[in-house]
Design a protein around this ligand. Structure first.
Ligand SMILES: [Zn+2]
Length: 316
């Protein structure tokens, strides 16, 4: 059972928008807030905590765009079992069915729900670069998801876009709405993409941007490219950024929570390497970073990020 309530209006990116919160009964479990960021364009904002059984491993944001001809879903969740719950979220604001699914990344919750929507006739769309990484990590993601989700992973098969786009940018016309699927460089994963809606100024940034919570640099991330990709993205001058994690906001907040942190990581670790400072001393010296301590999960992640950045830049 799903009920919908309307919250007070609040500001995102200097715009006043209506905020709708989807409240699910415990059995439904999916904890996604439906937030309209521009006319007909919605973020599905997930929790910023870890993956759990109860959140169906969707500790990330999805989104959707309502067109006159159907709904474009931005990322599909981590399992086929969460598909009906995502449908309920779109059904709360439109009668249109989901006809297209665009994948922005290769992390589990960006695409492992694809099969559910494909079975119902939706076309899955992704860049070839993204699909390549999805295929490379699918098995390891499924193994880890099984530990967290158990029976809720039942039936989930990794289905990638049938006709991956062999280009770095594709201008799509879906239901009469123009949207650009862009690869501006690697980021959290190799092949991460963005969905840019030039007419409304909304950018679905995927895991290029983390807001409110600290981003995570993994061995599979490309820290220097991530920083450069962020700066390339700024040239789009989006009005609203829907991040991969955290609440939608304006570009200024994206710079504060992600861009400046990436700049700081690369700059400080480069200087440490230039001074032959050992890794443990660098991590210790930079463990406190007042500019970024307000970000959720800072204590657990800043040291890991410094460590991973050091290892990557040292290996260059
Ligand atoms: Zn993510």
């Amino acid at each position: 059972m799903v009920t919908l309530r309307s919250n007070a209006r609040r500001s995102v990116g200097g715009l006043w928008i209506g905020l709708l919160t989807l409240v699910c009964a415990p059995a439904a479990a999916l904890d996604l807030q439906v937030t309209e960021v521009a006319s007909g364009i919605y973020a599905l904002v997930g929790p910023t905590e870890n993956r759990t059984y109860d959140n169906d491993a969707i500790n990330a944001n999805l989104g959707f765009i309502v067109t006159p001809e159907g709904v474009v879903l931005v990322d599909s969740g981590a399992t086929v079992q969460s598909g009906p719950l995502i449908e309920q979220a779109t059904a709360a604001v439109t009668e249109q069915s989901i006809r297209w699914v665009v994948n922005l990344g290769s992390q589990d919750h960006r695409w492992l729900g694809n099969a559910y929507f494909a079975e119902r006739g939706a076309r899955i769309i992704a860049l070839a670069r993204t699909v390549e990484t999805q295929r490379a990590y699918a098995d390891s993601h499924l193994v880890r998801l099984r530990e967290t989700l158990g029976d809720r992973l039942e039936g989930t098969v990794p289905l990638t876009a049938p006709e991956p786009i062999e280009a770095d940018r594709a201008s799509l016309d879906l239901g009469g709405v123009r949207m650009d699927l862009l690869w501006l460089g690697d980021a959290h994963y190799v092949g991460d993409a963005l969905l840019w809606l030039p007419e409304s100024g909304v950018l679905f940034a995927g895991d290029l941007v983390y807001l409110d919570r600290i981003l995570g640099v993994w061995p599979h991330s490309r820290i220097r490219a991530w920083r450069d990709t962020f700066h390339a993205m700024e040239a789009l001058e989006p009005t609203v950024v829907v991040p991969g994690h955290g609440n939608p906001a304006d570009l200024a907040k994206a710079k504060r929570d992600t861009g400046e942190y990436l700049d700081w990581l690369v700059r400080e670790v480069e200087a440490a390497l230039g001074n032959w400072e050992p890794i443990d001393e660098t991590v210790e010296r930079l463990a406190d970073a007042p500019d970024f301590e307000h970000l959720e999960h800072f204590d657990g992640w800043n040291r890991r990020n410094l460590n991973q950045t050091y290892l990557q830049l040292e290996a260059e």
